[in-house]
Design a protein around this ligand. Structure first.
Ligand code: PMP
Length: 378
């Protein structure tokens, strides 16, 4: 069978390869997956069950149920985002679908898409599947992995059509304040870039405040925001996300979505609606627990000499392990049965680091960090 050039250009996920290694062993503590250890709030699960009991098993409107879009429009006002539920919101099958559809809606063959790295692993394949050319923009550990005007300029991002921005960041946990974002916005306006802002970790910001680049002057009209229910509401398996943007952009994304997906999962839309209506306390409680774990993990890494900057968002620590991060992670797994992800999987600037997820219970975290300390001092 002939495979397309596009699919052959994309290697299998480096994270997956690591998990297959981990699965071959018993007793492994995994700090590898970027997935909450909590279950979705009970009220959200009940709403899904209830919808099934009432026989709500049909497609919804392509853009998602109207009541859910209204609830999303209402919810995002907490980030000063104002979007019209009829024209400017698309409910998707996870933020993942929003990423995929956006690449296909905004990228022509040969267009450059600037992606700051280290970053989440789906953007580069998404660009390649859309026929575009990924352009790596390395952020610097000295700047706590924030994207700067100079990083963009040095990488030649002035020639790109699209910029992907992911803060709070997976894998570093870095966040960007309004003043940090101002220089990125300036660059985007100067060079007429479309910005795809993946804000799926917006609710997991431990300083308490998330700023969306879409709210900076002149940015709303050139930005599409991705968000979803996987992280904040511990709903990864329900596969529900959304995109926010100007009506023309959301309309273009919907043109693809209506053919490729028809509508996002109906049962999950009921769960999501209830999550937005009544689960704020559960989100706050999960956030509190992540924050406790974050402080614990950071202090343990720094005590054992694996330097770790103070990540303010998401649920990852990104300690510096020096040298060959793949060899480090592989030896740690073999010798101490702890799975982490080598930083180089996340692109330029990730080498010499490890991504450690603290979406793991405290008892396992404690044991895993003891084992890492034994490994490091051994
Ligand atoms: N963006 C980022 C930055 C992520 O970390 C993830 C999940 N690992 C996603 C998007 C995909 O999320 P979803 O489950 O909503 O497809």
């Amino acid at each position: 069978m002939k495979l397309s050039d596009r699919v052959q250009k994309v290697p299998p996920s480096g994270i997956r390869r690591f998990f297959e290694l981990a699965e071959e062993k018993d007793d492994v503590i995994s700090l590898g997956v970027g997935e909450p250890d909590f279950s979705a709030p009970w009220a959200a699960r009940t709403a899904a069950i209830d919808s099934l009991e009432r026989g709500k098993t049909s497609y919804t409107a392509n853009r998602g149920r109207r009541d859910l879009r209204e609830a999303i429009a209402d919810h995002v006002t907490r980030y000063d985002q104002q979007y019209d539920p009829d024209e400017e919101i698309l409910v998707t099958t996870g933020a993942s679908e929003a990423v995929d559809v956006a690449m296909r809606a905004f990228v022509d063959p040969g267009d450059q898409v600037a992606i700051h790295e280290p970053s989440y692993i789906s953007y580069v394949p998404g660009v390649i599947f859309a026929g575009g050319e990924p352009l790596s923009v390395q952020t610097q550990a000295e700047n706590d992995f924030k994207l700067t005007y100079d990083d963009l300029e040095a990488a030649g991002a002035a020639d790109a059509e699209v910029l992907v921005l992911c803060y709070p960041n997976n894998p570093t946990g870095a966040t960007m304040s309004r003043s940090d974002l101002a220089e990125v916005a300036e660059f985007a306006r100067e060079h007429d870039l479309t910005v795809l802002a993946d804000e799926i970790y917006a609710a997991l910001t431990y300083s308490g405040e998330h700023t969306s680049i879409a709210t900076l002057p002149g940015m709303r009209e050139r930005t599409v925001v991705f968000n979803g229910f996987s992280k904040a509401y511990a709903m990864t398996g329900l596969r529900l996300g959304y995109a926010l943007g100007p009506s023309e952009a959301i309309g273009a994304m919907n043109r693809i979505h209506q053919y490729s997906m028809l509508s996002a999962p109906t049962t999950a839309q009921f769960a999501a609606l209830e999550a937005l209506r009544s689960c704020e306390d559960e989100v706050q409680e999960m956030c509190k627990q992540y924050n406790r774990r974050r402080r614990f993990v950071l202090s343990r890494f720094n005590e054992m000499g694996l330097d770790c900057f103070e990540a303010k968002g998401a649920f990852y620590a990104f300690p510096h392990c020096g040298g060959d991060d793949e060899a480090f992670a592989e030896a740690l797994l073999q010798e101490q049965d702890v799975a982490v992800v080598p930083g180089s999987v996340f692109g330029a600037g990730g080498e010499g680091h490890l991504r450690v997820s603290y979406a793991t219970g405290m008892a396992d975290l404690r044991e895993a960090l003891d084992r890492i300390e034994t490994f490091v001092s051994g």
